[in-house]
Design a protein around this ligand. Structure first.
Ligand SMILES: *Cc1c(COP(=O)(O)O)cnc(C)c1O
Length: 224
């Protein structure tokens, strides 16, 4: 499939959700080809890759989101380049993002990542209370805009339970979004970022508004 064909195919399949091309490990040439084929939203999970690829290449209408775990010593680099950080999983990280954003006079859009399957290897807030208190505290932060929630579906579960547990995780994130909207009516939790190559159909069925697809667009990743 060409990038153009997969752009058309997946834009249709994930409707009404937005389609993100997850371009981690992909070369800048692959990204440029994907952009030329129509993709506008890209996701990366390593700060170093973001800096290498997007410092000199970032067309006006290309939107770049950080979707991987973010170490606090790399916050300043990422805040400068990306349009959204989807992987905020602690208040201290949020405070550091706010401080760096303030320095460059930017309001940083963020999603709060929740660990909906309680798997230890995954990042994200683990309890609702931590999430709620982070949102409460964020009211003091002038250079942060919370835009919604993000999750990664279960990864290390038995194959025969995968669909059921994924459905449960995504339903949970949706209900959490509704709870947050009720508790904090002044904040818009419009974005529900969930679904990847293997589970985007379940995500779309559960009202995902943004689906993050890597492998199904670019092929298997090779880590060197
Ligand atoms: C890699 C990654 C994706 C895309 O995964 P695929 O299975 O290749 O579609 C989506 N979300 C996050 C957070 C990722 O790290």
């Amino acid at each position: 499939m060409t990038y153009r064909e997969s752009f058309i195919k997946f834009s249709q399949l994930v409707k009404p959700a937005r389609l993100m091309a997850v371009s981690k490990t992909r070369t800048l040439d692959e990204i440029k080809n994907a952009y030329d084929a129509g993709f506008r939203l890209f996701g990366e999970n390593h700060v170093q890759e973001i800096v290498q690829k997007f410092t000199d290449y970032k067309p006006e209408d290309l939107e770049l989101h950080m979707i991987g775990h973010l170490q606090s010593n790399k916050v300043s680099k990422v805040v400068k380049i990306v349009d959204m950080i989807e992987s905020v999983d602690s208040l201290s990280l949020l405070q550091k993002i706010d401080a760096q954003a303030k320095k460059i006079d930017k309001v940083m859009s963020v999603l709060l990542e929740f660990n909906t399957s309680s798997e230890e290897a995954k990042s994200g807030f683990l309890t609702e209370n931590e999430l709620f208190s982070c949102i409460e505290e964020s009211k003091k932060l002038t250079n942060i805009k919370i835009c919604g929630l993000m999750t990664v579906g279960p990864v290390s579960c038995p194959k025969e339970q995968k669909d059921e547990l994924t459905d449960k995780a995504f339903k949970y994130l949706k209900s959490l979004k509704e709870k947050c909207s009720e508790m904090f009516p002044e904040i818009n939790f419009d974005i529900l970022s969930m679904g990847m190559s293997g589970d985007y159909q379940i995500a779309v069925k559960n009202s995902s508004t943004e689906v993050r697809i890597g492998t199904a667009i670019f092929g298997e990743r090779v880590y060197v």
